[in-house]
Design a binder for this molecule. Structure first.
Ligand code: ADP
Ligand code: ADP
Ligand code: ZN
Length: 213
């Protein structure tokens, strides 16, 4: 199964990708997570990406394509993967198509979670993440069992640096201008599955399951 999951920032990509990866036993390729790890380690990639991420801008395409190229060539991606956060621009989608051609593999589907912008602010404002293992929570919709503590690894959960109002605004702008055109791109290829993302987490999971079956 080779899938792309698309949504506005905070639309539920990570939450649903993680479900899909458990179900199909395939890796979750999450570009935001790869970048945040690089920033934390202050690698060359991290130092380059940091200023874009903090302001809510997209990291340049060339950088992202290189990351995906090397990640998808790893052996764990042989039987499939879920792309969570990539592609985010038309040039990224074109580069991905080229890569698939080179590797002689095909994309099975693109899942698009449609979530209105006013909901996004509620989602991101109340999102908490685990800085150690990357698990994602929501203070109302998906709280940890013990307040402020990651269920998975016991670390203190935190708010992401870019889940502030000014950065959210910029991310939504980037999404509208650069990422939304991908909907037509994948629709014209017969790959797009639009899901109402403004339902409970379980309802969205079921709707995705239905679309894929
Ligand atoms: P969200 O889950 O809120 O959509 P992500 O964790 O996917 O955010 O991404 C966080 C940030 O990392 C983005 O705002 C952007 O700066 C950068 N980023 C992640 N993926 C990409 C990509 N494919 N192209 C460009 N920038 C990216
Ligand atoms: P993305 O990866 O697209 O940025 P996330 O999966 O991190 O989105 O979800 C953003 C926030 O919204 C998280 O706090 C998550 O727990 C919460 N969330 C995800 N899906 C839903 C949903 N269907 N209803 C309510 N909250 C949700
Ligand atoms: Zn954790």
């Amino acid at each position: 199964m080779r899938l792309i999951i698309m949504a506005p920032p905070g639309g539920g990509k990570g939450t649903q990708a993680s479900e899909l990866c458990d179900r199909y036993e395939i890796p979750q390729v999450e570009t935001g997570k790869i970048l945040r790890k690089a920033v934390k380690e202050q690698s060359e990639l991290g130092r380059r990406a940091e200023k874009y991420m903090n302001s809510g801008e997209l990291v340049p395409d060339q950088v992202m394509v290189e990351i995906i190229r090397s990640r998808l060539r790893k052996p764990d991606c042989e039987n499939g993967f879920v792309l969570d956060g990539f592609p985010r621009t038309i040039p990224q989608a074109e580069a991905l198509e080229e890569l698939f051609e080179e590797e002689d593999i095909e994309l099975d589907a693109v899942i698009y979670l449609n979530v209105p912008e006013q909901i996004i602010y509620q989602r991101l404002g109340r999102r908490r993440v685990c800085p150690e293992c990357g698990s994602t929570y929501h203070l109302d919709a998906n709280p940890p069992e013990v307040e402020s503590i990651c269920d998975n690894c016991g670390s203190d959960i935190v708010q992401r640096d870019d889940d502030r109002k000014d950065a959210i605004k910029k991310r939504l702008q980037e999404y509208r201008n650069k990422t939304k055109p991908l909907l037509e791109f994948y629709k014209s290829r017969g790959l797009l599955n639009e899901i109402d993302g403004d339902q409970s987490i379980d309802e969205v999971t079921s709707a995705i399951k239905e679309a894929l079956d």
